[in-house]
Design a protein around this ligand. Structure first.
Ligand code: HAM
Length: 385
């Protein structure tokens, strides 16, 4: 799906400098509480990455992608690490599908990554989804809004949960996504950031919604959606399975991060992206009866008789120019070999008997039609192409 949208793959190290990760946000749970720090090596403090965006932005500058055509459209698939209580849908090592547009400020990119996320989830069979959307402003309008929010919550402080009391001065935005029962009654009257955006953020916000409308994407405006990481500006969004709520269930989430490059010490550079939780998506596919292994492991299987391993390997080697090929080297009955070929989902079977092998011929069987023909080894690749 990322390739269809013109994105190129990037791979960055699983280990990053602790300092880079901390710049993503020390008020963030994934950094403050859940980080796997490594024992110091020489002068470097290192950690296992809790998320990929900080590393992708670093690599964009260090690898010179900022000198290429802008913006850079990148995707990354790989493991992330967060130390939390493991439970279904929340793992200490989990896999993300990340999509990032770096060097693009237009609202078109916000809508594009949202459409890509939706397309990806649809493509794997997940149709019943809920998209939640919000804007959290930028460094121009957010400080004044945060003051309003503090002013609103200060008289209520003693009635808030202890954790929320701590957040009130340090990170008041997080009061809005508090999941604690005790905090809920106060949210409804809290000032909404989308009512206090500066002109530029307001224009961006309405352009993103207009683009999503024209793409036919349905979304719910959620003024309490603020996201767990500190680097977001303007657009933030999360995809949930229909019916579910609560951060634990988000299948994919992201937003714009126009201040992240600068926070890492690079020239100011806008960016927007998301990460999908592959483990959660696969869990849901399996629960919905989707065949998680939809692709055959090999298109062609070679089933040699007796001692024909050398010949089977040779035939497989030539066929690999056109198809994926697996060989059954196990000394088992033809019946057992055919069963194995069926389980792999192979489209063709190449049967090698010692009689045929002497003449360099094989039997080629089409598993769908059942049709079987004799083919010279040299002609197999062209027959399979
Ligand atoms: P995040 O919301 O922390 O954002 O994680 C993105 C997705 O990863 C979540 O929606 C969820 O599906 C999955 N996920 C997170 N933690 C776990 C876990 N412990 N076990 C299983 N799945 C999990 C980010 O990481 C941002 N870097 C996304 C982003 C990219 N924003 C802009 N660009």
């Amino acid at each position: 799906m990322a390739k269809r949208f013109g994105y190129l793959e990037i791979a960055t190290p699983i280990i990053e400098q602790l300092e880079l990760i901390q710049r993503v946000g020390e008020a963030t749970d994934a950094v403050a509480k859940e980080l796997y720090r490594l024992e110091k090596r020489g002068s470097q403090n290192l950690a296992l990455r809790p998320e990929a965006t900080a590393g992708v932005v670093r690599a964009y500058f260090e690898g010179g992608l900022n000198q290429g055509p802008q913006p850079s459209r990148l995707y990354l698939i790989g493991p992330m690490f967060r130390h939390d209580k493991p439970q279904k849908g929340r793992y200490r090592q989990f896999f993300q599908f990340n999509v990032e547009v770096i060097g693009g400020a237009s609202p078109g990119f916000d809508a594009e990554v949202i459409e890509l996320a939706n397309g990806w989830l649809n493509e794997v069979g997940l149709r019943d989804l809920r998209l939640e959307l919000n804007s959290i402003g930028d460094e121009r309008c957010r400080p004044a809004y945060l003051e309003r929010l503090r002013d609103y919550y200060r008289p209520l402080k003693s009635q808030l949960h202890y954790d929320s009391q701590l957040r009130l001065e340090r990170n008041p935005l997080r009061l809005l996504d508090s999941k604690v029962e005790q905090d809920q009654p106060f949210k409804a009257k809290a000032p909404k950031i989308t009512d206090h955006l500066c002109d530029e953020c307001a224009a961006h916000w309405s352009a993103v919604r207009r683009l999503l409308d024209s793409a036919g994407l349905e979304y719910q405006l959620n003024p309490y959606l603020v996201r767990g990481l500190d680097y977001y500006t303007r657009t933030v969004f999360e995809f949930y399975p229909g019916g579910a709520s609560g951060q634990q269930d988000a299948l994919a989430s992201g937003g714009r991060y126009d201040g992240l490059a600068e926070a890492e010490g690079w020239p100011p550079t806008p960016g927007v992206g998301f990460a999908g939780g592959i483990d959660r998506v696969v869990d849901l596919m399996a629960a919905g009866g989707e065949a998680v292994l939809a692709e055959p492991a090999a298109d062609v299987v070679v089933l040699p008789d007796g001692e024909l391993s050398v010949e089977a390997a040779e035939v497989a080697r030539s066929c690999r120019a056109v198809r994926s090929v697996a060989v059954d080297y196990e000394p088992r009955s033809l019946r057992a070999k055919m069963k194995w070929a069926n389980k792999l989902g192979a489209k063709w079977v190449v049967l090698l008997t010692s009689e045929d092998a002497k003449r360099q011929f094989a039997q080629l069987k089409n598993m769908e039609s059942g049709e079987q023909v004799e083919v010279a080894w040299a002609d197999l690749p062209s027959r399979l192409a």
